[in-house]
Design a protein around this ligand. Structure first.
Ligand code: DX5
Ligand code: ZN
Length: 216
């Protein structure tokens, strides 16, 4: 199965965002990955809801929104209204994760749970049946362009086993340091979807890299 490719616009040129989104519209990318940071949950601030709204106007691809914020449940209806299709919340940011997942689904979005590098896959055992996707962070969230953490391959394999053994339909997405080399190994480990920021937007031919990632 070909992996789903979700380029992260965090690495795009925000002065030319429409141009970069039109490139993604033409490309083989299935989703557009949107990284929203609050400077509290992660030590950086990226952009917020007005940008999401503008992206939704131009993008023809479903929006995979990754909220690196505290209390993401406060914004479920707003994120839906702004045009998100998938809403990723962090396990570490949600003490009442089961409720948040149900609320995201009730709002009409696909719920995804993200785990940081230090969060074990086993923590997902009691939520895996309820989520559309698990997003495995293969870097510590907050910045693009970081080095891939090798242990993430083991986490993807372990998550694949958990999903297959429970009959869950959850997809596995991986985010951080994904390039052609790590991407190929992630697909072999059982990943369904790959987020790629700098590998796409720093490349001379972003559409070509998306094509190559899609055909790993
Ligand atoms: C990191 C973000 C990522 C980031 C990935 O906190 O969640 O989506 O944009 O960037 P690369 O692909 O450059 O590691
Ligand atoms: Zn992300």
């Amino acid at each position: 199965m070909k992996p789903i490719i979700a380029p992260s616009i965090l690495a795009a040129d925000f002065a030319y965002l429409a141009r970069d989104l039109e490139m993604l519209n033409r490309s083989e990318a299935e989703w557009v990955h949107i990284d929203i940071m609050d400077g509290v949950f992660v030590p950086n601030i990226s952009f917020g809801f007005p940008v999401l709204k503008s992206v939704a106007k131009i993008s023809k691809k479903p929006l995979d929104v990754h909220l690196m914020i505290v209390q993401p449940e406060k914004f479920i209806n707003e994120v839906k209204a702004l045009g998100a299709h998938i809403m990723n919340v962090h396990f570490e940011a949600c003490p009442h994760l089961h409720r948040v997942v149900q609320q995201i689904r009730e709002a009409g979005m696909q719920p995804a749970v993200t785990i940081n590098p230090a969060t074990p896959v086993a923590m997902l055992k009691d939520i895996i049946q309820d989520v559309h996707m698990v997003l495995v962070m293969s870097v510590n969230p907050g910045f693009g362009g970081q080095k891939f953490i090798e242990h993430s391959f083991d986490k993807v394999r372990e998550l694949r086993e958990l999903i297959d053994s429970t009959g869950s339909k959850a997809l596995i997405e991986v985010d951080g340091g994904v390039n052609l080399e790590t991407g190929a190994r992630l697909v072999a480990a059982g990943a369904d979807a790959l987020v790629a920021g700098s590998a796409v937007f720093a490349a001379p031919d972003p559409e070509g890299i998306i094509h190559a990632l899609h055909n790993l």
